[in-house]
Ligand binder design. Structure first.
Ligand code: GLN
Length: 304
């Protein structure tokens, strides 16, 4: 099958569908993005790549960074991490506070805001220069030094991070946050502000297709079974309260962000990133979901 042709067809069909969504205006800097942007990059483990559109343009990865903070926190803590955060789908919006109160400050999973604020707290404790060291980690996954924080986006979010501040405070009241609330928020908003292109994201996620080994330098950063766990968490929790629908339509583990990006992986085969800024009501890219649904439908190939 000619995968470039598949991608070209996906582009045409998605654009023809005329899907509409909205931009995340609760982060002022993200409301100014051109809603028409649309790019996709598929990277295979055997070194082939296919793309279209704005696949090389950097965008705000937002909640996709939650996978990176999870992996780094898991590297430090191993399975005792699960004393402080769960691995169950939340069934609630990504920024919901309700469960956190009922469940005594233990977030449902590391891929909703509360859970990523928790892994941020761990990294603020463990890393010597948290923001710098974390950025280096993401660069090492992407195999590129051209990965940066967007300070404007980070401070734009920090200036109106009232719900996230409420979550950190609530977790701290239950004894589940060790650091100063503002330090945790600052780290979290910076992680969300990282900018990467579809090409860079697909390369950075290839490690999860490759059972924990970085394809570009053969370094094993996670064991085979821990990589299985990260992929399982993505599959069960990567799309907030739309995780069932994403699985139903696409059938791959993945992660989305309110910057309009989605990354998904096929174990042993490929990773794929798509970017289209307009979001549905659950905070997932409308065109991105359709593009990935078409990919697994046209190829007849998902994890199922
Ligand atoms: N930075 C965003 C927030 O905390 C990330 C949310 C997302 O991408 N779903 O609200």
């Amino acid at each position: 099958m000619d995968l470039q042709e598949v991608l070209n067809d996906i582009r045409t069909e998605v654009l023809d569908a005329g899907l509409k969504g909205s931009l995340p205006d609760y982060i002022p800097e993200l409301a100014n993005i051109d809603p028409e942007k649309f790019g996709m990059h598929l990277q295979t483990l055997d070194g082939r790549s296919f793309s279209f559109g704005d696949s090389q343009e950097k965008f705000s990865i937002q909640s996709i960074s939650k996978v990176f903070t999870l992996v780094k926190a898991f590297q430090y803590k191993g399975s005792i991490l699960w004393d402080r955060v769960g691995v169950e789908p939340s069934g609630d919006p990504f920024n919901s506070l309700q469960q956190l109160e009922f469940e005594s400050g233990i977030p449902r999973n590391p891929l909703i805001n509360a859970g990523a604020l928790l892994t941020a707290d761990i990294l603020v404790s463990e890393l010597k220069n948290p923001k710098l060291d974390f950025l280096e980690f993401v660069r090492s996954l992407a195999g590129s030094r051209e990965v940066y924080y967007n300070e404007k986006v980070a401070y734009s979010e920090l200036s109106c991070s009232h719900r996230n501040a409420a979550m950190v405070n609530l977790m701290k009241s239950f004894g589940n946050i060790q650091n100063d609330v503002n330090l945790v928020l600052d780290f979290y908003c910076h992680a969300c502000s990282i900018e990467m292109s579809c090409t860079e994201l697909a390369k950075a996620f290839l490690v999860f297709s490759n059972h924990g080994k970085l394809p570009h330098d053969q370094q094993q950063i996670l064991s085979v079974s821990d990589t299985k766990r990260i992929n399982s968490i993505m599959h069960a929790c990567g799309f907030y309260d739309e995780v069932g629908m994403f699985s139903y339509r696409v059938g791959l583990p993945g992660k989305s962000g309110v910057g309009g990006g989605i990354v998904a992986i096929h174990p042993s085969d490929y990773s794929v990133a798509v970017w289209a800024p307009e979001l549905n009501g659950k905070g997932n890219s409308v065109k991105g979901m359709m593009a990935l649904e078409l990919l697994t439908t046209k190829t007849g190939y998902s994890i199922f």
